[in-house]
Design a protein around this ligand. Structure first.
Ligand code: IPD
Ligand code: CA
Ligand code: CA
Length: 254
């Protein structure tokens, strides 16, 4: 393992300790402009990650959900969401994760997603596979949409909620569907073969960069809704186990 992935794992685990400390306590939240929530757990976890990354890689840029872009000129940017699934977190629902990715030219080179409650660490390096704790992850083999689970992550504005509603109407009778509230974890679970597909409706880079590499390295497929390879814009996409991809694309485009 190289220093970059080791540092990302260390940062995610340190942040996880802080999240665990606040989990299932009464924690106040504020609503941001985009209607997503922020708590002191998000902010403190972010501070821990940024400090850990800065110490190890002072020349790299960092782009994090709560503090934005550090603006350091570098080919390498750490993109991170200290707490993906804040709403779940504030209600004591253990579906949340820390997500950290190292990105070059808009493509993730390595990523770590960590849930401290179930002590699940998901990580990947480009070309080296994806892992759940020590175990190699592979997407599921299921080809049957009626036995598949598709999960959906969406931005909270009206346009994206309407789009999500349209998608839900299309898939509702054709497969199992869930909105679990932590896109980072949902992509990790797709990579681990626990679900068959994930749809992003207007999500942000920090929600998905880490998970996209996990899915790719676990043998999954990622395209836009027309089936084209994903470019720099990663807001709208279908990620799947690959075997069910065409079927889901045709359902989405019916
Ligand atoms: C949220 C999660 C969720 C998605 C929301 C995001 P946050 O992230 O990724 O799955 O549907 O739109 O805001 O705000 O908890 O980091
Ligand atoms: Ca998020
Ligand atoms: Ca967040």
């Amino acid at each position: 393992m190289n220093k970059e992935i080791e540092t990302a794992i260390k940062a995610a685990k340190l942040a996880g300790e802080r999240l665990e400390y606040y989990f299932e306590t009464i924690i106040e939240h504020e609503e941001k402009e985009d209607k997503s929530l922020v708590t002191k757990a998000d902010l403190e976890a972010e501070e821990i990650i940024v400090k850990t990354l800065k110490e190890a890689f002072p020349s790299h840029n960092i782009f994090s959900e709560e503090s934005g872009d550090l603006g350091i000129k570098s080919d390498y940017t750490w993109v991170l969401d200290p707490l993906d699934g804040t709403l779940n977190f504030t209600r004591g629902l253990p579906i949340f994760a820390t997500s950290i990715a190292l990105v070059k030219d808009n493509h993730p080179l390595l990523s770590v997603t960590y849930n401290p409650v179930i002590k699940s660490l998901y990580y990947s390096e480009k070309g080296k596979g994806a892992f759940w704790n020590e175990e190699r992850m592979r997407v599921s083999d299921n080809k049957d949409p009626f036995k598949a689970i598709i999960t959906i992550g969406r931005a909270r504005d009206i346009k994206n909620k309407e789009k999500t509603n349209e998608i839900l109407n299309k898939v509702y009778f054709k497969t199992h569907q869930r909105i679990l509230g932590s896109s980072a974890l949902e992509l990790a679970w797709l990579a681990a073969g626990r679900t068959e597909a994930f749809i992003s409706v207007g999500l942000k880079n920090w929600d998905v960069y880490g998970g996209l590499l996990l899915v790719e390295e676990a043998g999954g497929k990622i395209t836009d809704f027309q089936g084209r390879p994903l470019g720099d814009d990663k807001q709208y996409f279908l990620a799947s186990n690959g075997k069910i991809h065409e079927e889901f694309l045709s359902i989405l485009n019916r």
